[in-house]
Design a protein around this ligand. Structure first.
Ligand code: NAP
Ligand code: ZN
Ligand code: ZN
Length: 351
């Protein structure tokens, strides 16, 4: 076993603090990755604070992992030592169910094995994420980072990027479509960049008036501050597609009223408590309310290649691991531009 420096939450009430974990030596189909950067997703906060229930402690969060291959198992053909690679939200799945066979591992019938806060399929040991200096992963669950994307700005693509790319593709968003992005955080800013690159006409709907200029710079054509209720009248029945990336409680109905006939609103954010939906709002305009979870391995690689082709990377604030608890507090206040990424070298220094 390989003793590995990490940062962990000891309980739902504890701040993250230095911790030590064991990584296994890579098996025949596995690679050992030296982690360089790890993005900070709002799901890390939800889980470290047990807002969804069932969290496993101690927890080492982090599922936006970028690093370099340090060691390869005997059967590994896809990667070589030194390759720049990524690991996203899952590290295994059953590989046999219809979804796994179809490249939709995130919807595995037996449940995907989360990169952290989950259990290994063999043996049931808890999994630990990317707030750590290295990780051992099966080669089939590892992504290749295109050379043109800076590695620190690539990390958030492994969750925020694929989570927004997948529904845009699945629902066939195309040039000229009017798309609204609700919530301009990590997911939201990627949704703006990706939808704009697909040719959509993007409007950002944000609670933070201060994000207006940034939204336009990211590629949005329009911006509306949703604290002003008049916005919901002005923009009624305006959009073909709405991406809702809001992490906290909010009124879905207000946003549904902004969809045109046959429009679709996809929920990506997972607030702590369920919220009511008015059936009449859906029925009266044949609107659809949908959900979507990350994306499969092949689609994640497609998204990374799309980003390389279109010169897209995440806008980040690079932090030392010691700043992680403050970063969580700032994200909860919506004060993030637009993804915190941990420089894992700072964790080695702290160890
Ligand atoms: P984030 O960076 O913290 O951004 C969330 C944004 O939502 C905030 O910046 C804020 O934007 C807005 N917001 C927050 N609370 C709000 C409230 N009560 N009412 C209205 N707007 C509010 O979070 P993230 O990492 O993008 O994640 C967003 C959500 O998606 C989280 O719930 C996360 O767990 C979930 N998620 C889902 C998937 C999936 O597969 N479906 C994958 C990753 C994450 P403004 O300042 O612009 O209003
Ligand atoms: Zn995430
Ligand atoms: Zn499966």
């Amino acid at each position: 076993m390989l003793k590995t420096a990490a940062y962990a939450a000891a309980s739902a009430q504890s701040p993250l603090a230095p911790h030590s974990i064991e990584r296994r030596e890579p098996g025949p189909n596995e690679v050992l990755i030296d982690i360089l950067y790890c993005g900070v997703c709002h799901s890390d906060i939800h889980q470290a604070r047990d807002e969804w229930g069932g969290s496993i402690f101690p927890m080492v969060p982090g599922h936006e992992i970028v690093g370099r291959i340090a060691q390869v198992g005997a059967q590994v053909g896809k990667f070589q030592v030194g390759d720049a690679v990524g690991v996203g939200c899952f590290v295994d799945s059953c590989r046999e169910c219809p979804q796994c066979r179809d490249g939709l591992q995130q919807y595995c019938d037996q449940g995907m094995t989360g990169t952290y806060n989950s259990r290994e399929r063999a043996g049931g040991a808890p999994t630990f994420g990317g707030y750590s200096t290295r990780i051992t992963v099966d080669q089939d669950y590892v992504l290749r980072i295109p050379a043109s994307i800076p590695l620190d700005r690539a990390a958030p693509l492994l969750c925020a990027g694929i989570t927004t790319y997948s529904p845009l593709k699945h629902y066939g968003v195309k040039a000229g479509d009017r798309v609204a992005v609700v919530g301009l955080g990590g997911l939201g800013h990627m949704a703006v960049k990706l939808a704009a690159a697909m040719g959509a006409n993007v409007t950002v709907l944000s609670t933070s008036e201060s994000k207006r200029d940034a939204a336009l710079a990211l590629g949005a054509q329009d911006f509306a501050a949703t604290r002003d209720p008049a916005v919901f009248k002005t923009l009624a029945r305006s959009f073909d597609f709405i991406i809702d990336s809001v992490s906290g409680e909010h009124d879905y109905n207000a946003y549904l009223s902004l969809l045109k006939v046959d429009g679709t609103m996809v929920l990506l954010g997972i607030p702590e408590t369920p919220a009511p939906v008015a059936a009449g709002l859906l029925i009266s305009k044949r609107r659809r309310l949908a959900g979507s979870m990350i994306g499969g391995i092949a689609e994640t690689q497609e998204m990374l290649d799309f980003c390389a082709e279109h010169g897209i990377a995440s806008d980040i604030e690079l932090i030392d691991i010691a700043g992680i608890n403050e970063a969580y507090e700032r994200m909860i206040k919506g004060d993030v531009r637009y993804r915190f990424v941990i420089d894992i070298a700072s964790l080695e220094r702290a160890a």
